[in-house]
Design a protein. Structure first.
Length: 52
């Protein structure tokens, strides 16, 4: 099977490929780091104060 075909017909496996998530039923709540890439850490969401 070609991955492109799965993505084009929009089946579940194709959607997983599109979203770059594990395809074969692995858990994603934790782990799945190979597919997702390095973990993104949350910032404070606050800008540093500008110099006056």
């Amino acid at each position: 099977f070609s991955i492109k075909r799965l993505m084009d017909i929009g089946c579940y496996r194709g959607l997983r490929h599109r979203k770059r998530l594990p395809v074969k039923g692995q858990r994603t709540r934790t782990n799945a780091r190979t597919r997702k890439g390095p973990s993104k850490t949350a910032g404070s969401g606050r800008r540093k104060e500008l110099k006056k």
